[in-house]
Write a protein that binds this ligand. Sequence first.
Ligand SMILES: O=C[C@H](O)COP(=O)(O)O
Length: 323
Amino acid sequence: MDSFVLVGDAREVSTLTTSFSSNASLRGFLHGLPGVDKVGADARAAMLGTRSIKTTAKRQAIDLAISMVDLTTLEGADTPGKVRAMCAKAMHPDPTNPDVPRVAAVCVYPDLVAEAVQAVKGSGVKVASVATAFPSGRSSLEVKVTDTALAVAAGADEVDMVIDRGAFLAGDYLKVFEEIVAIKAACGDAHLKVILETGELATYDNVRRASWLAMLAGGDFIKTSTGKVQPAATLPVTLIMLEAVRDFLATHGRKVGVKPAGGIRTTKDAIKMLVLVNETTGDGWLDPDWFRLGASSVLNDLLMQRQKQDTGRYSGPDYFTLD
Ligand SMILES: O=C[C@H](O)COP(=O)(O)O
């Protein structure tokens, strides 16, 4: 079927219950979602990936992309000093130019949350913590809830949890659902981003099912990837997730954000994502409250391309060829 007439179909499935007492009923709901037209999704994402934007809109798009970045370091070798340096950059991406907007958030491992909270205090930059035995998600629910609660107690504004991909792929949807519900409860006021790790989900249908599962269980955001698995934030997968949040709002009346993460390296990559958002959900999602770019290095290229827009001088590679 054509995945771009999903809204009407999703309204039909929304008449099913959304409080699931058994794995069979949840499975029935998820497998009742319309199948993704893989060829159509790939073609549409590819087409939108070549879409031009006006020269006059480039600078605005770069600033919007900067304001949507979750500036991330998730390395075993992370130190308090590295996190402080990243936070300084998050608050003032270009210290010589106060016109450059701050990023949306920094994203760190739980043990570095307190350091980040202290570093960004009063700046408006949020602190996101990965949790739930990131990146594999292989641990007990008790450990995952404790991991989450400790991150929140340390001051995390946002929690990026991973789903149990093994349980999902084995068809144990209720286990994944109940785990998300429990982590959401442990978050308190912190926003919950649910990482699907789409590179391990095998099919686009599974990406759509996991998106709906995460939204039905209470996720505030759905996020593509940990950044540790390839492929990560591809355009087709992000498209499918954008369709899911669009249709979930239409059928369930709750708005959920989207965060592609992993492998977004250039300004061109970032702008393609913004075009995808504009053409799929409309500009209601073109806001850091509803769309984020999880990335460790794209900010550098956004700053270089911004400088090029402003001064015409920049000796680095010209990634920004959209026109
Ligand atoms: O959530 C963000 C990712 O971990 C960062 O991935 P990246 O290093 O490919 O930008």
